[in-house]
Design a binder for this molecule. Structure first.
Ligand code: ATP
Ligand code: MG
Length: 573
């Protein structure tokens, strides 16, 4: 490609709307442009990166026996009604009507339509396992589309669905995909971690998310750094260790204390001269059918996902101040478990082992001292319902956990028979008995992976593409386009390298070398070959490596070998 002809509208200034680095750089380096909130056009350089990521994905899916198909984006509402998701998916689902008034949805994911397909076309265990995948645009009317293509409303996803005859088969398919995902993200040059995750609305049992560790990540990952321990989990899922009671202080008599105007944990702790871990935090939650009181230690937070699983409810919301006041007789800052009647009290397991704690007295401006669970109030249920924090023991080996931000680039799910059962998708087993398919689903955000790669690979000058997904390998920069000999030499190398299969751009624009170097750094070509006087007169070529910042001079024969070796070596990381 010639830089004078390719559409790469680089920008000097960083657009104000961009918050995270990948969004800024994708705009500035001329890779994407916004069409609407969360909807983007991919320009030529981005399309090349996306195609490379897709190629890596295709190779690894095919290697595991995946067969590529293409499902429709427009899906009839009836299928979503059959699975039950038409009502529960909520406003994230883009819904539309055709001219006859029939309801449709733009696919945010394709479990329904693929289950419908397989139900019609596959009938015997002999045809299983079946691994079908596609790479396609997905549509989700996200509540907060942001960070450019990291969270779009239209985005590219690879989704594979596995159909097995039993759970053992699903285990095999799941393992295959898990391993393929690890290879894909490694080949894309990403530092990632598979983490245990929560299955959320999609349903099913086992699930792992593949997280690219980067500050822009919206998820919190807890992981163990100890050698030979690979525990890692999304903070939503991370398990707390069962507490051991270590505090055997003498149990004191309950005492009411005056705490005027002290409503928050920090204020009460400060006023009473104690640390937050001596306080009991009492929260009230409403579900579709009950109000519950939830207790965690003052320095802990409720994990609403764990709580929702425990309560097995569809809706879970913090109760409003008015409800709390009506129920307890005190404003939110003074509520506590002592004396509560007619409500289920759920305590985090750390609360159950507290002694002589402080809690609200259900009376304005008062707290209780020396609250002892069991003695002063009864616990209806004790469970792990809090968010695990960094420094807490790893549930697998006991070493302190570390915390990092993560971008979810992929997720693998065991769905079981959730969709096949709801949609009556069955096959005949060895004994002629009809059984529902045992399914799994496996997604990779292709456009999000491109952005995540930038979050991990950039510097103050721009993008530093991993070679395997770089839009081009090399840019040739003639420093003076008016020097005919210099131009001739550049053209000769350019054509020669194309023939050698090197992906090369010739920066033939009539710009100053400084401008070209800046653009080359911003776009992130892994290699830059400068053609100047030294090359022309002495046959000495200057090659710059973007990743290391190193510049070397070499002769023409050496140069080609070096470039080819570098590309090959870096692609095999
Ligand atoms: P998130 O929790 O980030 O909203 P998700 O868990 O809803 O994602 P999945 O249904 O697991 O997403 O989709 C599979 C993959 O698609 C994700 O791992 C992610 O890489 C990508 N993805 C999901 N939502 C978006 C989005 N709005 N924009 C870009 N990529 C997305
Ligand atoms: Mg997910």
């Amino acid at each position: 490609m010639r830089a004078s002809q390719i559409l790469v509208p680089t920008l000097r200034e960083t657009p104000a709307e961009a918050e995270v680095i990948s969004h800024k750089l994708l705009l500035r380096a001329g890779f994407i442009r916004k069409a609407a909130a969360g909807v983007y056009t991919y320009l030529p350089l981005a399309q090349r990166v996306l195609k490379k990521i897709q190629q890596i994905i295709r190779e690894e899916m095919d290697r595991e026996g995946g067969q590529e198909i293409l499902l429709p984006v427009i899906q009839p509402a009836e299928l979503w009604q059959e699975s039950g998701r038409w009502d529960v998916y909520g406003p994230e689902l883009f819904r539309l009507k055709d001219r006859h008034g029939r309801d449709f949805a733009l696919g945010p994911t394709h479990e329904e339509i693929i289950t419908f397909l397989v139900k019609g076309e596959v009938s015997s265990y002999k045809q299983l396992p079946l691994l079908l995948y596609q790479i396609q645009n997905k549509y989700r009317d996200e509540r907060r589309p942001r960070f450019g293509v990291l969270r779009g409303r239209e985005f590219i996803m690879k989704d594979l669905y596995s159909f097995d005859k039993d759970e053992e088969g699903l285990d095999v398919s799941y393992r295959k995909m898990y391993e393929a995902y690890a290879r894909i993200f490694k080949r894309c040059g990403l530092k990632f971690r598979p983490v245990e995750a929560d299955s959320g609305a999609i349903g099913g049992s086992d699930t792992h998310e593949f997280m690219v560790l980067a500050d822009a990540g919206e998820a919190t990952v807890l992981y163990c750094e100890k050698d030979n321990c690979d525990y890692a989990a999304n903070a939503e899922k991370a398990k707390a260790m069962e507490p051991i009671k270590t505090n055997f202080e003498e149990v004191l008599a309950l005492e009411e204390v005056y705490t005027p105007g002290r409503q928050t944990i920090t204020q009460v702790a400060e006023y009473l001269g104690i640390t937050a871990n001596k306080l009991i935090k009492t929260l009230f939650y409403e579900t579709e059918d009950q109000l519950v009181a939830v207790l965690v230690r003052g320095d802990h937070d409720v994990n609403e996902i764990k709580l929702q699983h425990l309560l097995d409810c569809l809706r879970l919301e913090l109760a409003g101040e008015k409800t709390v006041q009506e129920f307890t007789g005190a404003p939110v800052g003074y509520v506590g478990p002592v004396g509560l009647q007619g409500i289920k009290i759920i305590a985090d397991s750390e609360v159950a082992v507290m002694s002589n704690a402080v809690a609200g007295a259900n009376k304005p401006d008062y707290h209780y001292k020396n609250v002892n669970p069991g003695r002063d109030f009864s616990l209806n249920q004790i469970a792990d319902i809090r968010i695990v924090q960094a420094g807490e023991p790893c549930p697998s080996c006991g070493a302190p956990l570390c915390e990092a931000r993560g971008i979810e680039v992929g997720q693998v799910f065991k769905l079981g028979d959730k969709y096949s059962k709801a949609m009556g998708a069955t096959f005949q087993d060895e004994n002629g008995k009809s059984r529902p398919y045992i399914m799994g689903c496996y997604g990779i955000g292709v456009s999000r992976t491109m952005a995540a790669a930038i979050e991990q690979n950039h510097d103050s000058n721009g993008i530093v593409w991993p070679v395997s997904i770089a839009p081009f390998h090399l840019v040739i920069v003639p420093v003076n386009t008016k020097d005919i000999n210099l131009v001739k030499l550049s053209e000769r190398l350019y054509l020669e390298y194309i023939n050698e299969g090197i992906e090369v751009v010739l920066d033939d624009r009539h710009e100053r070398p400084g401008v070209k170097f800046k653009d080359a750094d911003l776009i992130g070509y892994p290699l830059r070959l400068t053609i100047g006087k030294k090359a022309l007169e002495e046959g000495n070529f200057e090659l710059y490596i973007r990743k290391t910042g190193e510049t070397s001079f070499m002769k023409e024969e050496q140069l080609k070998i070096f470039i080819k070796d570098y590309i090959k070596r870096e692609q095999n990381i």
